[in-house]
Design a protein around this ligand. Structure first.
Ligand code: EPZ
Length: 422
C-alpha cells in the first residue's frame, strides 16, 4: 500500500488536462461484449477501476490491447457468461456486464457486488428492468443468475427508484434492449452525460436509441451490432475536483483543460455563488479563490442536479469558508466518511441523517488521515492542500481507483505531494 504526504500551504497556478471519464468508460467497455468485431475506445483513463473491468472482459475471453489511453478490444470468442466474485468484489460497477451478457448469450452469472463504504449498493432496479425484458433472475450463493430462455423482448420498463434514477441500471437495461426483439421504452431513466455517451457508442455500433439524456429512452431492437471507434467524454467529476482545488489553493487562477463545461454547470454555478471567479472558454475553465468566500446549502440529486460524486469535495471547501454551510446527500446518505477524517484536521463538521452542517474555521492543520472511498479520499487531498503542516493520507489506492495520477497533476500545478510506501 502507498500513502501521500501533502505539504500544505503551497499555492496552485498553471493548467491541468482532464482525463477521459471513468464512469463513461466502464459501461462502454462492457458494451463491447455486444459485438464480435473490434472496438477502439480512446481516452480510457488508466485507473484501477478500468483495469478491473478489462480483467473481467479478458476473463470472459475478450482480446484486449491497451496503449496510452487507447483500448483495442475484441469480444469475438467468449468462453462464458460469468463475472466471478474475486473480480466483481473489487469493483461493483462490474454489474454493468449483466445487460450485455444477457443480450449476447441469453444468460449472465454475476456475483452480487455487496455494499461499500458509501452505502448499500442494491441492484433490485437492474433486475426489475432485465426481468421486464424477459429474463428470469435467481439469487443464490451471492451470485445472481439471469436467463432469458426465450430471448429478450422489448417492453415498457420503469427504472425509477426511491432515490431517483439509477445510472448503471439504466445502462444495463439499455445494453440488453439494443438486441432484444421489438421496442423498449425506459421511463425514469438516468440522464447523466455518461449514459448519453454510452447511447452514442451503442448507436455508432448500429443500435437505434432515442432520448438518451432524458428520463424517457426509446430503443428499437436490431439483429446485430458492429465494431466502432469512440472517444470517451471528459471526466466531469475529476474536472470538478480540480476546480475545488483551485477554489481552495489557487495563487491567482488555475485552468482546467479538456472539459465539457456544460457537464458541470451545476458545480460551477455553486462555486460562483460561493464567490469563486470562474470563466469558461471553449473546453477550458479557469477558477480562482473567492475574494469574499461565502458558504452554500447543497442537496445532491440525479443529473442535472448537484452530483453526489462532488459532495465530499465541497465539504473540503466549506471547511474553511466563513459561516455555515449545509451539505445533504439524498443519493448516498452514508457518504460522509471524509467528515471524521476532516475533523482530525480541525474541521467543524457534524453529520446527522445524511446531512453535514459545516462551520468554517480559519485554517485546517495536518494530521494523519485515512482514505476510505474514492471521493472522500480526494476530499482529504483537497483539505490538505491549504492545511498547516504536512498531512499523511494512507490507503491512497482508493484514490487511484478513479483519478489518473492525481498527485502528478497537482504537483504540475505547484502542490508539494510525495507518494511513499505506507
Ligand atoms: C453511478 O453508480 C456512479 N458509478 C457513481 O459514482 C455515482 O455516485 C452514482 O452513479 C450516482 O450518480 C459509475 O457510474 C461507475 P445508482 P451507480 O444506481 O449506477 C439506488 C464514483 O465515485 N439504487 O445511480 O451504481 C442506490 O442505492 C461512483 O465515481 C437502488 O436502490 O449508482 C443509490 O441510492 C460512486 N437500486 C441510487 O439508487 C438499484 O438497483 C443511485 O444509484 C440501483 C441503485
Amino acid at each position: 500500500m502507498e500513502k501521500f504526504i501533502v505539504h500544505g500551504g503551497k499555492t496552485l497556478s498553471g493548467s491541468v488536462n482532464i482525463s477521459g471519464s471513468k464512469n463513461a468508460s466502464l459501461p462502454i467497455l462492457a458494451a463491447t461484449l455486444l459485438t464480435r468485431e473490434q472496438c477502439v475506445i480512446r481516452r480510457v483513463p488508466d485507473v484501477s477501476d478500468t483495469n478491473y473491468m478489462l480483467q473481467i472482459l479478458q476473463n470472459l475471453g475478450a482480446e484486449v490491447e491497451r496503449a496510452s489511453g487507447n483500448v483495442v478490444i475484441r469480444c469475438e470468442k467468449l468462453r462464458g457468461h460469468e463475472a466471478p466474485y474475486d473480480l466483481v468484489r473489487k469493483m461493483r460497477a462490474s454489474v454493468c456486464v449483466m445487460g450485455p451478457l444477457l443480450a449476447r448469450h441469453n444468460r449472465a452469472d454475476v456475483s452480487l457486488p455487496g455494499g461499500c463504504v458509501i452505502g448499500d449498493r442494491p441492484i433490485d432496479l437492474h433486475l426489475r428492468g432485465l426481468q421486464g425484458l424477459g429474463a428470469e433472475a435467481r439469487v443464490e450463493g451471492g451470485n445472481v443468475h439471469l436467463e432469458a430462455r426465450y430471448g429478450l423482448s422489448g417492453s415498457e420498463i420503469d427504472m425509477s427508484g426511491k432515490h431517483g434514477a439509477t445510472v448503471l441500471g439504466t445502462d444495463n437495461v439499455m445494453m440488453a434492449a439494443v438486441l432484444a426483439k421489438g421496442t423498449t421504452v425506459i421511463t425514469g431513466a438516468a440522464c447523466e452525460p455518461e449514459v448519453v455517451d454510452l447511447a452514442n457508442f451503442l448507436n455508432a455500433m448500429g443500435a437505434k436509441i432515442r432520448g438518451a439524456g432524458t428520463p424517457r429512452i426509446e430503443i428499437e431492437g436490431v439483429a446485430e451490432l458492429g465494431g466502432v471507434e469512440h472517444t470517451v467524454i471528459p471526466d466531469r467529476i475529476e474536472a470538478g475536483t480540480f476546480l475545488v482545488a483551485g477554489a481552495i489553493a489557487a495563487k491567482d487562477r488555475i485552468t482546467v483543460n479538456r472539459v465539457d463545461p456544460e457537464h458541470l454547470s451545476v458545480v460551477t454555478d455553486v462555486l460562483r455563488r460561493c464567490g469563486c471567479p470562474i470563466e469558461a472558454n471553449g473546453s477550458s475553465l479557469t477558477v480562482g479563490r473567492a475574494a469574499k468566500p461565502v458558504g452554500a446549502n447543497i442537496t445532491t440529486e440525479p443529473y442535472p442536479g448537484f452530483p453526489t460524486d462532488m459532495q465530499a469535495q465541497m465539504c473540503s471547501l466549506f471547511a474553511t469558508t466563513p459561516g455555515t454551510s449545509v451539505v445533504r446527500d439524498t443519493i448516498f446518505p452514508q457518504r460522509f466518511m471524509h467528515a471524521a477524517e476532516m475533523k482530525r484536521m480541525g474541521a467543524d463538521i457534524e453529520v446527522t441523517d445524511g446531512t453535514a452542517v459545516i462551520h468554517g474555521v480559519e485554517r485546517l492543520s495536518a494530521a494523519p488521515v485515512m482514505a476510505s472511498d474514492l471521493r472522500a479520499s480526494a476530499a482529504l487531498v483537497l483539505s490538505a492542500l491549504a492545511a498547516k503542516g504536512s498531512t499523511e493520507i494512507s490507503r491512497v489506492y482508493h484514490i487511484d481507483r478513479g483519478y489518473e495520477h492525481i498527485d502528478e497533476k497537482l504537483i504540475g500545478l505547484g502542490a508539494e505531494i510525495e507518494r511513499l510506501p505506507a
